[in-house]
Design a protein around this ligand. Structure first.
Ligand code: DAH
Length: 360
């Protein structure tokens, strides 16, 4: 025979349910509710201990008490859950009522600024989207094929060494040394005609006043059936004048890139005015981008027939263009995260670059 003193009786169950029901209803915060849940239903909770005593009961007692205890357990769990939902809803209502925002208040510039790099990328996107380009992206971690081979850098080619590549430990992957691999990804995944720019981070093992191991580029690619060097020149001349917001004199100088033929670098006319640099006037020339007609080998690597399709491509350093346009002296400051620098050179996050209202 079991001991009626220590083992729960069916009559106890209703009393416990009523008591817990009252206690749960009286709780007004979530932490206290959870404490009650643990005290009743937790491993060493009141109801769990009662369920453990089932093992000591006779078969007949078990038949009554087993279902009764299970019922109690699920009832209490449901009561806790319902109370929890009610308390959470009440907390949300209270938050919504108290955390109102006065939309008529003026917005200050004290909260933070947009870094010049995203600002300049945005300006470029605005200019090129006006010319019908869309924005494409590719991964920062690239494979050899997209970063080099498909861009007509054969294995062992000396131009690979010029890129001071960061190799990943697996020996297969690299941190992309330029945004040109996005050209390959787009040509392999989309059908011409193509007109894209690809802004993004690029990496080379190099660090001094004009180089940082991470920097930013914007790549451009146009592929079609009658594209020639005149399109390239017109497009880039329009771009620089729009970007510097003044008429800019440019010159194209022959150069070499493995992925373009012919290749050129574009220089802009400038002069020094004390420490500042003035773009558009003077007798000096500064290189700002590389460009050229897409090499037939690159088209072939992307399964495009060079007898049908031609195109041009270009690539430029965003950080350098930001420095030129906004007059920052040292490239390394760009990524030092100094709030004084950001406060001085940063842009209002609330003003969108646009061709109508001004880029900057
Ligand atoms: N990828 C080159 C670099 O990082 C820049 C470049 C030059 C891109 C010429 C181009 C191009 O698409 O046609 O130095």
């Amino acid at each position: 025979m079991s001991d009626p003193q220590t083992l729960p009786q069916a009559a106890d169950i209703d009393a416990i349910r009523d008591r817990l029901d009252g206690e749960i209803a009286a709780i007004s915060d979530l932490r206290a509710l959870d404490d009650l849940r643990v005290a009743a239903l937790g491993k060493k909770g009141e109801i769990s201990l009662m369920m453990r005593s089932l093992g000591k009961m006779s078969v007949d007692e078990k038949k009554v008490m087993g279902p009764a205890l299970n019922g109690l357990k699920s009832d209490v769990a449901a009561l806790v859950e319902a109370r929890k939902t009610a308390l959470e809803d009440a907390a949300l209502d209270a938050a919504l009522a108290s955390e109102t925002m006065d939309m008529s208040l003026p917005v200050g510039r004290k909260t933070g600024t947009l870094h010049p790099v995203p600002q300049v990328m945005e300006e470029m996107a605005v200019i090129f989207s006006d010319m019908g380009f869309s924005v494409a992206e590719g991964p920062d971690i690239e494979d050899d094929f997209h970063n080099f081979t498909a861009l007509n850098f054969p294995p062992g080619h000396p131009a690979r060494d010029m890129h001071d590549t960061f190799f990943l430990e697996d020996g297969e992957k690299v941190l992309r040394t330029h945004t040109s691999p996005v050209q390959i990804r787009i040509m392999m995944s989309e059908k011409p005609p193509l007109r894209i720019i690809a802004p993004g981070r690029t990496y080379r093992s190099d660090s001094d006043q004009t180089h940082t191991p991470m920097f930013h580029q914007v790549e451009g690619l146009v592929i079609g059936e009658d594209i020639h060097m005149g399109h390239l020149k017109g497009c880039l001349m329009d771009f620089v004048s729009a970007f510097f917001e003044t008429d800019v004199d440019v010159r194209f100088r022959p150069h070499h890139f493995p992925f373009t033929e012919p290749s050129a670098e574009m220089d802009v006319r400038y002069e020094r005015d004390g420490a500042a640099i003035k773009i558009g006037t003077g007798e000096s020339w500064m290189e700002i981008l590389g460009c050229g007609m897409v090499h037939p080998n690159v088209l072939r690597a992307c399964n495009l027939d060079p007898d049908v399709y031609q195109g041009f491509a270009f690539g430029m350093g965003v950080d350098r263009l930001a420095m030129l346009k906004y007059g920052m002296p040292d490239l390394r400051d760009m990524f030092a995260g100094d709030p004084r620098w950001l406060g001085h050179y940063g842009f209002s996050p609330l003003v969108q670059a646009s061709l109508e209202s001004g880029l900057s």
